[in-house]
Design a protein around this ligand. Structure first.
Ligand code: FE2
Length: 306
């Protein structure tokens, strides 16, 4: 039988003392360049909508803020995150429903897909209307709850930095004291509500706009507009991106052989260090949500030169 020196009493004793010998590590702790574990993945609004609509009787009335479907990256062992630091979810609030207020140390925002007048979020006492194409921001530790007083279900995509906050172990969460909706004390306005068409301005020319920068220290938000025939090439970088199609049918081709055409409301995750391109068969508006601000602040935002 082959003798394994690491089975010797010496190594057993190190293990018992919670030491790991640097000369005999089971796997390396550094490598020459990023090797992301997360996978490129796509999620379809039509699939989510069908499943959310069918959830009518499954969600207890007092848990309507949980009527959402988390976009879990198909990485083995992962049960939550969409990319390394961010998570996205399709959420609906049915007609007449209210999602109770709460606050947490994680930041969130949502891209509204469908909502009739009467749908709004209360953010720290401000009523913020929600309409299709709006981005509504709920920065960290701001009370927020959702109301749908319209006669139709409202749908949106949530984006949160919860996986990052979990990594830091600096998570705090608090439900609103009376267990209901915080009182409305003022009318909401920009920067908490950002209609994406207003942020981009008129026209159909290629354009990229950053939004929410001053109030979202951990999540980078960019709107991309491209005319039919347009193409965007994105170099390998340390940023982890989640894209959602607002309009049009952009086709994503990701290094490694993954490709997908998005319809409005569809989402694609592109983990770090994956070169990718986006081609536009028709006029398209795309929302890009990334962890760039975290990486920038820590000096870890790097883009490959080739
Ligand atoms: Fe929330």
């Amino acid at each position: 039988m082959k003798h394994d020196p690491q089975q010797s009493p010496y190594y057993s004793e190190l293990g018992r003392l919670s030491f790991s010998p640097g000369w005999a590590r089971p796997e390396p702790s550094m490598w020459s360049e990023p090797k992301p574990k997360f996978k490129p993945a796509v999620w379809r609004f039509a699939d989510a909508k069908r499943a959310l609509d069918a959830s009518h009787n499954m969600v207890p009335a007092e848990q309507t803020e949980r009527r959402n479907l988390i976009l879990v990256n198909p990485l083995e062992g992962n049960t939550y995150a969409s990319t390394r630091h961010l998570v996205a979810a399709y959420q609906c609030v049915m007609a007449g429903e209210m999602a109770r207020s709460h606050r947490r140390s994680a930041a969130a925002l949502r891209l509204v897909l469908q909502a009739k007048p009467g749908t709004y979020t209360v953010v720290n006492g401000a009523r913020v209307e929600m309409a299709a194409g709006d981005v509504v921001l709920t920065p960290a530790w701001k009370w927020h709850g959702h109301v749908n007083d319209s006669d139709a279900t409202s749908y949106w995509i949530d984006f949160l930095d919860i996986p990052f906050v979990q990594l830091t172990e600096a998570m705090f969460f608090e439900p609103y004291p009376d267990g209901g909706l915080e009182p409305i004390t003022s009318e909401g306005s920009i920067p908490l509500r950002i209609p994406t068409d207003e942020a981009l301005g008129p026209g159909r020319d290629a354009k990229e706009v950053e939004i929410g920068k001053d109030v979202m220290p951990t999540i980078g938000l960019h709107l991309l507009r491209q005319p039919a025939g347009g193409r965007v090439d994105v170099a390998k970088s340390t940023a982890n991106n989640i894209y959602a199609a607002i309009s049009g049918h952009p086709r994503f081709t990701v290094q490694g052989g993954f490709s997908a055409s998005l319809s409005p409301g569809d989402v694609i995750a592109v983990p770090c260090w994956h070169q990718h391109s986006i081609e536009m068969p028709d006029d398209a508006t795309i929302f890009r949500v990334s962890d760039e601000p975290i990486l920038e602040k820590l000096g870890l935002m790097k883009t490959a030169s080739n």
